[in-house]
Design a protein around this ligand. Structure first.
Ligand SMILES: O=P(O)(O)OC[C@H]1O[C@H](O)[C@H](O)[C@@H](O)[C@@H]1O
Length: 533
């Protein structure tokens, strides 16, 4: 399956991206895609026509189209957990039945969304709780997929946030609850306990702490629970009318579209939330209908595969030139690395290739003043994914947005072109530097260039556009997972640490280290216990 691509490695290694532009006047058009207001430019990569054809064939041979159909049809493609993968149903606003295990799942999804919208409207217009103070603040307690999606989206859509202010508690570190609750009034704060399993240690501990802060069980009237284990919510004391359930075919890191997104719905209102869903659904339609070579999530995945498997780049940086997407890299770290950071194929055999790169990033322009040094001159190449809005939300600050765009475009240009030693020397000579100093300094000012990047331009970060972008990344993960032959929808790799942590809690209470603990862990425990009062 990989032979054709592997055969392109040698030519890819010697090729310069700038030469591809010199040889092809329309490269920028041929290696970019425009759909529904989005422009995805992948011309600043080393992919040429042969490489693109080989990549598309790879997707074809891997049966991306058939597996995509199976996912959307509700087949149990999450084989290790025997589940369907249907987060797309949460943003399916149509009426065509979607049958899973003999039942159309859409009416229930819609009914839950309507119940959420009713409560959200009541909170936002002040009619909830009715007998007390108006809700001004919302605290979402959750972690991983029950935190990162809504947190990222609430922040991204701040200009649409005309509802209560949302806060997020995730870390089991008591500092998170302490600092988040500081200054909040329990009587005007709604608390959302969000956990797919309703069994996550951090979330339940934080929920108990926040309940005590709010005034004990009486405060439960301002609590909401979100879970796919609704019976456990009742045990916690949250009444059924404020419990929003979802099915196990929604993976945690894919769950922002449904009840887990309730904080977002409270912040921006049900109408704007629906627009977020519409953006996601539009991307679903494009993903299902467009041919592989003109399919945005497919191309995004293939560029990633090229960079990692052919060019050997082990990481990728996500660099949004949009301050409000500051948490997008963290969100994508879970989405991509928890989904595709695997070592075995679906059938249990070891993967022959390393699947799933390390994903990291920060918003521009801040990153420029921190780690871009390595990106430009470090010896390991980091493919960069730039995201950029053609317009911002601050028309009065147009100067800022112009500078933002200029910086983003300048970075991909610098990565592509670099600076030769001759150019560096000429610049220094102009400044009057000469002799040995010139020889030395010129070397430090050389940029190899030829470093790949992609740029996604969107019109403006609206709820619809955010929906498009998030769904695009979800489908990229799917395509990469299919090509690697893995199950992108389980996460067994997080379990061992949880089990060991449970065993270590008693040790922290002075009951001795668990049997079999390593000498290092025993010594660390002794040291920590010895330092405590
Ligand atoms: O939503 P919860 O059931 O509380 O799970 C929260 C998170 O915990 C886990 O350990 C998983 O690695 C994540 O995929 C999940 O999103």
């Amino acid at each position: 399956m990989w032979t054709e691509l592997d055969g392109l490695r040698d030519s890819a290694e010697t090729r310069r991206i700038s030469a591809l532009f010199e040889a092809d006047d329309v490269r920028a058009q041929d290696f970019s895609l425009k759909i529904d207001g989005l422009l995805f430019d992948y011309s600043k990569t080393s992919i040429d026509a042969d490489a693109k054809a080989a990549l598309v064939r790879l997707a074809d041979v891997a049966s991306v189209a058939a597996k995509r159909a199976a996912m959307f049809a509700g087949e149990k493609i999450n084989e290790t957990e025997d589940r369907a993968v249907l987060h797309t149903a949460l943003r399916n606003l149509g009426d065509t039945p979607l049958v899973v295990d003999g039942q159309d799942v859409l009416p229930e999804v819609k009914a839950t969304r309507e119940r959420m919208a009713d409560l959200a409207r009541a909170v936002r217009d002040g009619s909830f709780p009715g007998n007390g103070k108006r809700i001004t603040d919302v605290v979402n307690i959750g972690i991983g997929g029950s935190d990162l999606g809504p947190l990222m989206a609430v922040m991204a859509l701040e200009p649409y946030g005309d509802g209560p202010k949302c806060h997020f508690i995730s870390n089991v570190d008591g500092a998170d609850a302490t600092d988040t609750l500081a200054g909040l009034d329990p009587e005007s704060t709604m608390v959302i306990v969000a956990s797919k399993t309703f069994g996550t240690q951090e979330t339940l501990m934080n929920a108990r702490t926040v309940m005590a802060w709010a005034g004990g069980p009486d405060a439960l009237e301002r609590f909401v629970a979100i879970s796919s284990a609704v019976d456990r919510c009742a045990l916690f004391g949250i009444p059924a009318e404020r419990v929003f359930g979802f099915e196990d075919w929604v993976g945690g890191r894919y769950s922002v579209w449904g009840p887990i997104g309730f904080s977002l719905m409270l912040a921006i209102g049900p109408k704007a939330f629906e627009s977020f869903l519409e953006g996601g659904q539009a991307m679903d339609r494009h993903f299902c209908d467009a041919p592989l070579e003109e399919n945005l999530p497919v191309l995004l995945a293939l560029v990633g595969i090229w960079n990692q498997q052919v060019c050997g780049h082990a990481t990728r940086a996500v660099l949004p030139y949009e301050q409000r997407l500051a948490r997008l890299p963290a969100y994508l770290q879970q989405l991509e690395m928890e989904s595709n950071g695997k070592g075995v194929a679906l059938d249990g055999s070891s993967l022959e290739r390393v699947a799933g790169p390390v994903v990291w990033g920060e918003p521009g322009t801040n990153g420029q003043h921190a780690f871009y040094q390595l990106i430009h001159q470090g010896q390991q190449v980091v493919p960069c994914e730039f995201l950029l809005g053609a317009e911002g939300h601050e028309p009065a600050l147009g100067e800022h947005h112009r500078a933002l765009v200029a910086n983003c475009l300048a970075q991909s240009e610098a990565l592509l072109k670099g600076r030769t030693e001759a150019e560096a020397r000429a610049q220094l000579e102009e400044k009057g530097v000469s002799g040995a100093k010139l020889d030395q300094l010129a070397k430090h000012r050389v940029f190899s260039g030829n470093r790949p990047s992609t740029t996604l331009v969107y019109p403006r970060l609206t709820p619809y556009v955010l929906g498009q972008i998030v769904a695009m990344y979800e489908h990229r993960v799917f395509v990469e997972g299919v090509i690697y032959g893995i199950n992108s929808y389980d996460q067994w790799g997080v379990e061992l640490g949880k089990e060991l942590a449970n065993g270590l809690v008693p040790a922290m209470e002075g009951k001795g280290a668990p049997e079999g603990a390593s000498a290092s862990t025993v010594a660390l425990l002794d040291h920590i216990l010895g330092m405590r009062d």
